[in-house]
Structure formats: C-alpha cells, structure tokens
Design a binder for this molecule. Structure first.
Ligand SMILES: [Zn+2]
Length: 205
C-alpha cells in the first residue's frame, strides 16, 4: 500500500469584523486569517508545523485578500459617526476652558451632539468627556479631522464657539481654546477667525 504524504498551507480564522473592502468599495464582513504549514497524510492536514507568512484579511463577499493595513481605513459607518465624535471632543475642550457648570451651555452642548447623530448623548457622557486627558483628545481629533471636508470641520468649530458664547462674551481662555481646537481641526488661522467672528455676531456678544 502507498503512503502519500506531503505538506500544504491551511488558513485559520483568528478574528472577524467589518472593514472597508477596497475591491467591493464598501463596508463588508472580513475574516482575519493566519496561514499554517501542515504535514499531510493522504492529502489531509494532520500535524501543524510552522506559521506560513503573516496574517491577512479576507473579504467574506469577494474573497479578496489584503494585508492588515487595510483595517486602518475607516468604514463608512465609522465615517458617519466622526462628525458627532469630533463635535463631542471640540465642545468638551471649549466648555472646560470656560464655566462648564453653566446650565445653558451644558444643555446646548448635549442637544448639539444629539442632533449630530449621537442620540444617546447625555449629561453623564458630557461629564466623562470633560474629564478626558487633553493629549488623548488631541490625537483623536487630528486623526478624525483628516477624513472630513473643510465645511464639516468649520461647522464643528462654529458649534463649539456658540457653546462658549452661551454664558456671555468669550473669555481669553475660551478664545485661546477655540484657536487650539481650530488648529486641531486642521483649519487655517483665517478660517478660525472667520468662524469665531460669525458666531460672535449671531450671539450678540
Ligand atoms: Zn470585497
């Protein structure tokens, strides 16, 4: 009797999720997979040997294979939440540079974030945002704003400026924070000054 043996690569699923598939052009389910060399007996893999190559991402729909870097591209679902997320962080920074206990400013902050699509946002979430470390927020903002159009970034700064103006004219520290937030949103100095002065005019302060 013959004994037929050899080896082949078998891919195992080590994770799952949703990603933006470059071939399908939209959000798709994926499997994160790792190849492994197997010793085969009668063509059946029986003994696992070394790992074969790196991990890769396979689209469930088109079966296209990509390296793990593809997971860094935001999905459409993540992109649609980005304005609300940026708004939250911008508002929290501006609010804490002024009187963050002002009921009018707080109520307005919660309402604006809810309107932007984060319907579960409330006072508790606002307090949590107010307590987040500054550096962490800035990194998040820089990453998210690169994916947004300039008009969207301007309207986020505008909303933050309106909230800063809810408790009266801008203080020096509120003004400085708005400038810093505008810079984090990748707006130019001219754009920042324009947005803030429009918000001032409409608030009457
Ligand atoms: Zn695909």
């Amino acid at each position: 009797m013959f004994i037929i043996f050899g080896w082949r690569v078998v891919a195992f699923t080590v994770g799952r999720g949703v990603f933006h598939c470059p071939a399908c052009g939209g959000d798709r389910e994926y499997r994160r997979r790792q190849g492994r060399n197997f010793f085969t007996l009668f063509f059946l893999p029986v003994i696992p040997l070394t790992k074969a190559g790196g991990e890769f991402v396979e689209c469930d729909t088109c079966r296209g294979r990509w390296n793990l870097g593809v997971l860094d591209v935001p999905t459409t679902a993540q992109l649609s939440l980005m304005p609300a997320m940026l708004l939250r962080t911008a508002i929290a920074q501006v609010l804490r540079s002024g009187d963050y206990t002002h009921p009018g400013a707080r109520a307005r902050a919660v309402a604006v974030v809810r309107q932007a699509g984060d319907t579960g946002y409330d006072e508790g979430a606002l307090n949590a945002d107010l307590g987040r470390p500054f550096d962490e927020i800035r990194v998040e903002m820089a990453r998210a704003s690169s994916a947004l159009a300039p008009e969207a970034r301007e309207s986020i700064l505008r909303a933050a400026a309106e909230i800063a103006l809810a408790d009266g004219p801008l203080s020096v520290s509120e003004e400085e924070t708005l400038t810093a937030v505008g810079a984090d949103l990748a707006l130019t100095q001219v754009q920042i000054v324009g947005v803030v002065s429009m918000a001032r005019q409409s608030s009457g302060h």
